[in-house]
Design a protein around this ligand. Structure first.
Ligand SMILES: Cc1cc2nc3c(=O)[nH]c(=O)nc-3n(C[C@H](O)[C@H](O)[C@H](O)COP(=O)(O)OP(=O)(O)OC[C@H]3O[C@@H](n4cnc5c(N)ncnc54)[C@H](O)[C@@H]3O)c2cc1C
Length: 490
C-alpha cells in the first residue's frame, strides 16, 4: 500500500511529488508516458508570468503571483536555467494605451509589483528590433523565462532522491475507493496498465486527462477541453538579439502571440489557441504557423523566414469554469485535485504544490522527515568559452584525462559530450528515449535537430540500457527510430 499516489508526471505532479517527499510517506508517481515531462509541461512558452493578466480573485491570479518568486527560488535551488528577462506588453496605437493602464491596475489588484507604463523610446532602447510604430508598453519587472522541461525533470529527480518512486509507461485506467468496514479509513484502488495499485491518498495531476479520471470518482464532474497552442522556434543566432519577452495585448483567447527568447537563447513565436477534440493531437498546421508569422511580424517587422529550426505545439487543459481547481474534493476524502492547470500553470506550480502538500500533511497528520536531501548536482557541462580561457582549458584537460568521454563531442550544435549523455541516462529518473536525452542535455535540440548526433546517441543509449538499438524509441510507444540493421559484408 502506498501512502500517496500522484497521477501525472508533468510540472504539477513532479512539484507535488517533491513537496510531499519532505514527509515520512511512501509516494508513487504514475505516468502513462515513457518519461516525466512528456505532456503539456514540455511544450509551452516557458514564461514566468508576472501576474497582471489573470482576473483578480481567481485561483489563477492567486497562484500566479505566489508562484512567480518561487519559480526563481526553486530554479536556483535545482540549478535549472532561468532568467529574470522582464516582460513587455506592446501597445501598437495611442488608442491601445488605456488597455495598458487597465492591465497595470489589474496587476496591482493581484498584488504584482514592478509594473509600469513605458514610452515608445524606452521600449526601442531596450529592444531595438521591436516595431518602431508602437505607442508604448507595459513593463513587468518580475517577468522571466525558465526551462520548463529543465524544471520538471529537476523536480522529479529531487523527489526521487528523497524516496519517491516513479512508474512510467503506466496508464491509470480506473479509480475506485473503498471505506473500511468500521467506516474509518478510505483506501483507493488504482487500476493501471501494469496492474492494480493501492493508496491512502490520490492526487490527480493528469493534465488534459484529469477530467476522465476525476469523473469516475466524484459526483462533481469536470469537463476539460484541450486548446492547442502552436509555435515556431528560431535559431540561437536570432534569440540572442532579444532580451525581454514581447507580448501583444491579451485577447479573449489568451495572452496573444508573443516573441520571446528562451533560456537557451533560441527564439519562440506563438502560441495560437484552438480547441482540438483529440487530447493527444499535438500537430502543427501550415495555416496556424502562417497566422503566427503574420501576428509576430507586427511585434518584429524584421522577421524573416530563415533561421527557423522547428515548430511544436502544446495542449492547454481548459476547464469549462475557466479557473484552476486545486485542493480537496469534498465528496471523496483522501482525493486531491490539480485540474484545469492551463497557463500560468508553470509559474503557479510551486505554489500549487506547497498548498497541496500542506493539505495532505494536515489531513493525514504527517511528520516531516528529519532530513530532506539536496538535489543531485547538474550534469557537468562543456562550453566553447572554456576553450578560450587558458585556466578553464587546463581544468577541462584534467577532466578529460579523468573521463575521456568528456572530450568526445556528440552534438556539435549544442556542444554535448558523450559523458553528458551517459550521465543523463544514469541519473535518478534517467533518460530512456531519444527525447529524454534531448530534454536533459539539449543534444538534438540545435540547428540540425539531431541530423548528425542521433545515430551516436542511439548507440550510447543501447549500450547503457543493455538493449538493441532497434528497441529504442523517440518518445516511447511505437515511436521506434530504427526498423532493423543493414547487413555489412566483411
Ligand atoms: C501553448 C501553451 C503555452 C503555455 N505557456 C505557459 C507559460 O509561458 N507560462 C506558464 O506559467 N504556463 C504556461 N502554460 C501552462 C503550463 O504549460 C501548464 O499549466 C503545465 O505544464 C501543466 O502541467 P501539468 O503537470 O498539469 O500537465 P502535463 O504536463 O500535461 O502533465 C500531465 C501528465 O499526466 C499524464 N497522464 C494523463 N493521463 C494519465 C493516465 N490516465 N495515467 C497516467 N498518466 C496520465 C500525462 O502523460 C502527463 O505527463 C502554457 C500551456 C500551453 C499549452
Amino acid at each position: 500500500m502506498h501512502d500517496v499516489v500522484i497521477i501525472g508526471a508533468g510540472v504539477i505532479g513532479c512539484a507535488i511529488a517533491r513537496e510531499v517527499s519532505r514527509y515520512k510517506l511512501r509516494v508513487l508517481v504514475l505516468d502513462q508516458a515513457s518519461d516525466v515531462c512528456e505532456g503539456t509541461s514540455k511544450a509551452n512558452s516557458g514564461i514566468i508570468h508576472a501576474g497582471y493578466d489573470a482576473t483578480p480573485g481567481t485561483r489563477k491570479a492567486h497562484y500566479n503571483v505566489r508562484g512567480n518568486p518561487l519559480v526563481y527560488q526553486w530554479a536556483q535551488e535545482l540549478s535549472v536555467p532561468c532568467q529574470n528577462n522582464t516582460s513587455l506588453v506592446l501597445a501598437f496605437s495611442e488608442t491601445d494605451l488605456p488597455r495598458i493602464d487597465a492591465l497595470i491596475e489589474r496587476g496591482q489588484q493581484n498584488g504584482v509589483t514592478g509594473l509600469r507604463k513605458v514610452s515608445r523610446e524606452e521600449v526601442l532602447d531596450r529592444e531595438p528590433l521591436v516595431n518602431p510604430a508602437i505607442a508604448g508598453a507595459l513593463l513587468a519587472e518580475t517577468g522571466g523565462i525558465v526551462s520548463p522541461y529543465g524544471l520538471t525533470i529537476a523536480l522529479a529527480e529531487h523527489a526521487a532522491v528523497n524516496g519517491v518512486e516513479f512508474r512510467l509507461n503506466c496508464q491509470v485506467q480506473a479509480l475506485a475507493h473503498q471505506t473500511d468496514l468500521d467506516g474509518g479509513q478510505t483506501n483507493f484502488i488504482i487500476e493501471t496498465s501494469q496492474g492494480p495499485v493501492q493508496a491512502r491518498a490520490i492526487v490527480n495531476a493528469a493534465g488534459v486527462f484529469a477530467d476522465r479520471l476525476h469523473n469516475t470518482l466524484s459526483q462533481d464532474t469536470l469537463t476539460i477541453t484541450a486548446r492547442r497552442g502552436e509555435y515556431w522556434m528560431l535559431d540561437k543566432r536570432i534569440g540572442a538579439q532579444f532580451c525581454a519577452t514581447l507580448f501583444q495585448l491579451p485577447t479573449d483567447k489568451g495572452k496573444g502571440i508573443l516573441v520571446t527568447p528562451t533560456v537557451e537563447q533560441t527564439l519562440i513565436l506563438g502560441p495560437t489557441s484552438d480547441p482540438v477534440p483529440d487530447k493527444m493531437d499535438t500537430r502543427t498546421t501550415a495555416a496556424k504557423l502562417e497566422e503566427i508569422l503574420e501576428a509576430a511580424a507586427q511585434t518584429w517587422p524584421g522577421l524573416r523566414k530563415d533561421s527557423f529550426i522547428t515548430s511544436f505545439s502544446g495542449l492547454r487543459a481548459h476547464l469549462a469554469e475557466g479557473d484552476f481547481r486545486v485542493g480537496r474534493v469534498p465528496d471523496v476524502p483522501g482525493y486531491y485535485l490539480a485540474a484545469g492547470i492551463e497557463s500560468p500553470g508553470l509559474t503557479a506550480a510551486p505554489a500549487i504544490a506547497i498548498d497541496l502538500a500542506e493539505l495532505i500533511a494536515t489531513d493525514f497528520n504527517l511528520a516531516l522527515k528529519p532530513e530532506f536531501l539536496s538535489p543531485p548536482p547538474p550534469i557537468p557541462g562543456f562550453s566553447l568559452k572554456q576553450l578560450a580561457d587558458p585556466d578553464e582549458l587546463d581544468n577541462l584537460a584534467a577532466e578529460i584525462a579523468r573521463d575521456p568521454a568528456m572530450g568526445r563531442m556528440v552534438c556539435r550544435c549544442e556542444q554535448v559530450t558523450e559523458a553528458q549523455i551517459r550521465a543523463a541516462i544514469r541519473r535518478p529518473v534517467g533518460a530512456r528515449t531519444l527525447d529524454g536525452i534531448k530534454r536533459r542535455t539539449r543534444a538534438n535540440m540545435g540547428r540540425c535537430q539531431g541530423g548528425f548526433c542521433t545515430p551516436r546517441i542511439l548507440e550510447i543509449l543501447a549500450e547503457e540500457l543493455g538493449c538493441d538499438s532497434t528497441d529504442l524509441t523517440k518518445s516511447g510507444g511505437q515511436s521506434r527510430i530504427l526498423t532493423g540493421q543493414l547487413g555489412v559484408e566483411a
